[in-house]
Design a protein around this ligand. Structure first.
Ligand code: NDP
Ligand code: OXD
Length: 317
């Protein structure tokens, strides 16, 4: 009898969307021998749960699972998991499958092109029944800066390069990306911001990045610049953004993430003519592709191999 069988059937506990849970319960046991999938709150014998996959972790759940091998965020970000609840020694993984990357590349490309082609201006003019053409500016004359040049930011920059935009990136550690002016750390933030037309935030939410999209950053952008936030709502200080747009220092913003989500009905973002909101839909995990990622992670864990999507607990992402 194998040690796995001796200690019961290895189980993955899925916390979240039931349709995805059903798909994984069907697919994963065919990809991973001797694996069962349970859907929270059906725990079965908690000692059999080796793998936890969740977008958020229910209060108190971690202390009932004595024999976990890893916890996995069903998303690229991990801040929503409240990672303080996860024992420091337990490997924490995040989803790193191609559909998340493709979705984000699509959304940011769409948003950059909308701003580049003055869509917020034309929406305002349409509402006022005005025919107000603006001079078209070449992509090569627009400078786009991406905060966070990791899995998503790196792919976004690669796609934007194909339009001919001038590109800059900002990260915590030094990077060399073809065709991208790369800046590192707080010391180089002013140089990164100083001549951007469009700023894209694709940072993870950590103590260092919380509230970064605020007046000091907006003031360092040139007049007329626009902001796209697809990181997390808490990167942005709402009153500072409103002030910068209403003073006509910033021209517009496209926000896929807000704090809180959803925004209360009376929040000024809803009706603002130069703020475009989407309800945290820029990208998401594809359940079928994610099943492959999870299967690979479990098989690697069983074999003692390096795990995919491993989060650096010290850095918080
Ligand atoms: P990665 O971990 O791959 O990349 C993060 C990047 O941010 C890295 O380049 C990192 O620098 C940089 N960074 C982190 N902290 C700092 C800092 N203090 N100063 C400067 N740069 C910093 O993350 P992903 O690209 O996979 O995802 C980014 C975020 O996108 C997620 O955490 C999530 O919040 C958000 N997201 C939003 C979605 C949506 O639908 N709106 C969907 C999916 C993700 P370095 O390279 O040096 O480590
Ligand atoms: C993610 C998200 O982090 O969808 O994957 O926001």
């Amino acid at each position: 009898m194998s040690s796995r069988a001796a200690s019961g059937t290895e189980t993955l506990l899925h916390v979240g969307d039931e349709a995805r849970g059903r798909l994984w319960a069907d697919v994963l046991p065919r990809l991973v021998p001797d694996l069962r999938v349970r859907q929270w709150p059906d725990l079965g014998d908690p000692r059999e749960i080796r793998y936890l996959a969740a977008w958020t972790i229910p209060q108190g759940l971690m202390t009932t699972l004595p024999d976990l091998r890893f916890a996995l965020s069903i998303g690229a970000g991990v801040d929503q998991l409240d990672i303080g609840m996860i024992p420091a020694a337990l490997p924490l993984l995040r989803m790193a499958e191609t559909a998340i990357v493709d979705g984000m590349v699509e959304y940011v490309t769409m948003s950059v092109l909308m701003l580049h082609r003055d869509t917020p201006h034309y929406h305002t003019e349409q509402a006022a029944t005005r025919w107000s053409p603006r001079r078209r500016i070449a992509a090569s004359a627009r400078h786009i800066g991406v905060m966070g040049t990791g899995m998503l930011g790196g792919a976004v920059l690669e796609r934007l390069a194909s339009f001919g935009f001038a590109l800059s990136g900002w990260s915590r550690s030094p990077k060399a990306l073809p065709g991208v002016r790369c800046h590192t750390g707080m010391d180089e933030l002013p140089a990164f911001l100083s001549d951007l037309d469009i700023l894209v935030c694709l940072l993870p939410l950590t103590p260092e990045t919380r509230g970064l999209l605020a007046a000091p950053v907006f003031q360092q952008l040139p007049p007329g610049a626009a902001v796209i936030n697809v990181g997390r709502g808490a990167h942005l200080v709402a009153v500072d953004l409103l002030a910068a747009i209403d003073d006509n220092h910033l021209s517009a913003a496209i926000l896929d993430v807000t704090d809180p989500e959803p925004l209360p009905a009376d929040h000024p973002f809803w009706g603002h003519p130069r703020i475009l909101l989407t309800p945290h839909v820029a990208s998401s995990t594809d359940p079928a592709a994610a099943a492959q990622f999870v299967a690979d992670a479990i098989l690697r864990s069983r074999e003692g191999k390096p795990l995919p999507g491993l989060v650096d607990r010290q850095a918080g992402y």
